[in-house]
Design a protein around this ligand. Structure first.
Ligand code: SF4
Length: 775
């Protein structure tokens, strides 16, 4: 064909991966008119198939190649005030993911006679871990896929009740439309079980709201004004990288960075001081700091009086002998002198440096049995010292409360009344998926009529067994706790499983139907952030690859196929974005789709003081609690996790080591684990169990030894790495796909439990005990 010409355009997007930074992204797209031989249309080496995504044509364009398009560059948006033009290592080479030869491009169903399970794994010693998944499936059309799914859901709902259908999704995308809009409408109208999305942040989120009434905190830009920064369970350098330049700016002006973390993260290694706290003891450290502050009279009594409720009770509680630095040292593993010094340095920061102390608290802290209380206790520290009143002071766990998107308009919970149930469906906690798939309804028999019943056990509900599961935005076979129960449940032949995915994952191994999903370059969406204060538009940069459908299109089409006639199922992405932004809340005042399309991002509107500064919780107007003040009651009590070295768990003696099932630095939970570049970046720690020399010596283990890590729930095989990443009594390993882990049978979640947090019903990954032995 004759040479044509190339049009280049730059599209504003926003990274929708589950990360506080929500980076502004610029995608350069080349559209080619009239030529097949342009470099942007060259096939990747070794990818000879015509329908390979790198050779994708726009749907509806001529097959002769007279117009094709391709994203050729992904870069940070330099105009974004926080993310400032750079992307993290996970996303900087994102086109390798978008155009990966392993992308799923069309719907598939399981071939007759092919059992569920790890199709790509040939058994121990086979050397195979993946690559044969596609053999288990056959390509079908969208029409056939929708027909099959609608037929199965209709039959299951008729026989067992609609609550026997379970959606399973989380934050594979955090765009408003992709995270929760048309999908929720569909499941509400169907009468499917609701899903309590607790796996990541619920304990901390609910806890923060109990104290402050809203999930808000210090703006990242203001950390540069801090005189001291505490990274508490926060690996800023590893997974909140756009806060790092502001922390470094503060350090250049004299601020000290103290990391409190049971693991020597990148941030801890770069900090001025690392306090290796024992897992699950954060509440006690916070109380011990308060003990010292109150003992020395360093609290801000005026602020406490004006802005809090329960200060006298908190003071009395903190001053108890059990909260002294000496007693806390025995439990937390941090020397008493360091606790005292930390408390004084924190409370005297303004006197000492002229600037306040800031805490970056992250969600790892709350993935513990008493993690909700830990967040409440830590969140009270800037209330005790009054550091919210100074620019650069306070605390950030999340800023998501700054974005009051109209989720009722997006998700339409009123549709539950139009379901066959005629009422709200029961709610199943996603952190108890193993239980839900193996025990729920199995012994009680199906019931069609009752309200959800809580019988005292956290996360317990009654009703029918789960007979169908629709998975999207998540990879539960890899990320859900108590993995052996999850996989046992997903193996059930009577469970109909649909998975909407970009790649063959651990979860697609258990699917009956697999549907192709787009990346964020292929959809339009609107997004807030939980690490800054800017709403952004994600424009569609390229057409969906192959036959990938967005969540909006998938659930809208499926609704029509199920015979749901409500007009809302035909809403377009633009209409949904308009609905998300349709609120009278002043925080989103002036933010419209048109403005975001023009400007890319827009700051939310928050109260300003007389100097024009936004200082959350500096005055009473900020608190959203019932009392209008910060709630210090009930006072936070330290209780050791039952599954910890000091716990009351029945088997804590049998399994003496506290296990940290960590996220990999270069993956996003389980996302990116299949991308070769990311595997190379992560290679140094892949498949390793990190342990202290004392624990290794006691078991005759040396670096490089093959070890088995086990407890009553399961076992994993790893190689020992003896070093200083963890303190004695603690071992750590990283999350990976099952099919890429050890013997291919399971990953770190084979060891974690379905116990829920004290507040919010969250997952307790970091309350896990194990034993280790040489293989
Ligand atoms: S830092 Fe976070 S938001 Fe930014 S590109 Fe990386 S994963 Fe996406």
């Amino acid at each position: 064909m004759a040479a044509g010409y190339v049009e280049t355009r730059v599209v504003h997007a926003v990274c929708s991966h589950d990360c506080p930074d929500s980076c502004g992204v610029l995608v350069t797209v080349e559209s080619l008119t009239g030529a097949d031989d342009h470099p942007s249309n060259q096939r990747l080496p070794g990818t000879p198939v015509d329908d390979h995504p790198s050779n994708q044509r726009l749907p509806g364009t001529p097959a002769d190649g007279s117009r094709q398009e391709r994203a050729v560059k992904v870069a940070g948006d330099p105009k974004h005030p926080v993310t400032q033009g750079f992307l993290c290592g996970k996303v900087a080479q994102y086109l390798e993911r978008v155009y990966s030869p392993e992308r799923l491009l069309y719907p598939m169903k399981r071939k007759a006679g092919r059992p569920k399970g790890p199709a790509g794994y040939g058994g121990a010693g086979s050397g195979e871990t993946r690559g044969r998944e596609a053999d288990a499936f056959e390509r079908i059309s969208w029409d056939e896929a929708l027909g099959l799914i609608a037929e199965k859901l209709t039959a299951i709902a008729a026989e067992f009740g609609p609550e026997s259908v379970l959606p399973y999704s989380y934050a594979g995308t955090i765009g408003q439309l992709g995270f929760g809009s048309m999908d929720r409408r569909f499941f509400h109208r169907l009468g499917a079980s609701q899903l309590d999305r607790t796996i990541c942040s619920e304990a901390g989120g609910v806890a923060l709201k109990q104290v402050y009434g809203v999930k808000l905190g210090t703006a990242p830009e203001d950390f540069r004004h801090a005189g001291m920064v505490i990274a508490w369970g926060a690996n800023i350098h590893g997974n909140n990288i756009h806060l790092w330049p502001f922390v470094e700016e503060a350090r250049r002006q004299g601020a000290r960075l103290v990391a409190i973390d049971p693991y020597k993260t990148r941030t801890a290694a770069l900090a001025d001081e690392h306090l290796a706290i024992r897992p699950g003891t954060d509440t006690l450290l916070a109380l011990a700091m308060m003990h010292e502050i109150f003992l020395l009279g360093l609290e801000d009594a005026e602020y406490l009086e004006d802005c809090t409720r329960g200060a006298a009770e908190l003071r009395e509680h903190a001053l108890k002998a059990e909260h002294s630095a000496q007693r806390a040292a025995e439990v937390t593993g941090i020397p008493a002198a360091r606790i005292v010094a930390l408390a004084r340095e924190y409370a005297l920061c303004v006197e000492r440096t002229g600037k306040p102390a800031a805490i970056r608290l992250n969600y790892g802290t709350q993935r513990s049995e008493n993690g909700g209380t830990a967040v409440r206790a830590i969140a009270m520290l800037p209330l005790v010292t009054g550091s919210w009143q100074y620019k650069g002071g306070g605390l950030q766990l999340s800023t998501s409360g700054a974005f009051p998107f109209n989720s009722d308009a997006l998700q339409m919970p009123e549709l539950m009344k139009k379901s066959p149930l005629g009422r709200a469906a029961r709610t199943i906690n996603m952190s108890r998926l193993g239980w839900a798939l193996t025990e729920l309804g199995q012994t009680h028999g199906p019931t069609h009529d009752g309200e959800a019943v809580v019988n005292g056990a956290p996360g317990w509900v009654e009703g029918p067994a789960v007979k169908a599961m629709l998975v999207y935005n998540s990879n539960p076979a890899a990320v859900a706790p108590n993995q052996n129960a999850v996989l046992r449940g997903m193996l059930r032949e009577d469970l109909f499983t649909v998975v909407h995915e970009q790649f063959f994952t651990d979860t697609t191994d258990y699917a009956d139907v697999v549907l192709p999903a787009p990346t964020f370059l292929e959809v339009k969406d609107v997004q807030g952030a939980y690490g800054h204060l800017y709403a952004q538009i994600n424009e569609r940069a390229i057409a969906p690859l192959g036959e990938a459908w967005s969540n909006v299109k998938l659930f809208g089409e499926l609704a029509r196929r199920m015979g749901f006639t409500e007009k809302c199922f035909a809403d377009t992405e633009d209409e949904l974005i308009d609905q998300a932004l349709a609120t009278k809340d002043p925080r989103l005042a002036g933010i419209t789709r048109e403005r975001l399309e023009r400007e890319g991002h827009a700051a939310v509107t928050l109260p300003r003081n007389k100097y024009g500064d936004v200082l959350p919780f500096s005055t009473r107007e900020w608190f959203r609690t019932a009392s209008g003040r910060a709630e210090l009651l009930p006072v936070p009590e330290f209780v050791a996790p039952a599954e910890s070295r000091r716990g009351s768990g029945a088997r804590s003696g049998e399994y003496p080591l506290e296990f940290l099932p960590r996220k990999a630095d270069n993956y996003m939970n389980s996302t990116f684990a299949n991308i070769p570049r990311h595997q190379r970046m992560e290679a140094k720690t892949t498949g390793l169990l990190e342990m202290h020399a004392e624990d290794a010596a006691a078991r005759g283990i040396r670096t490089g030894d093959a070890v088995e890590v086990f407890n009553g729930r399961g076992r994993v095989e790893l190689r020992a790495q003896v070093g200083d990443a963890v303190a004695p009594g603690v071992v750590a390993a990283r999350l990976n796909w099952n099919k890429l882990s050890g013997d291919g049978a399971g990953n770190v979640n084979a060891l974690t439990s379905e116990t829920l947090t004290d507040i919010g019903g969250g997952a307790t990954f970091y309350s896990t005990l194990v034993e280790v032995r040489r293989r």
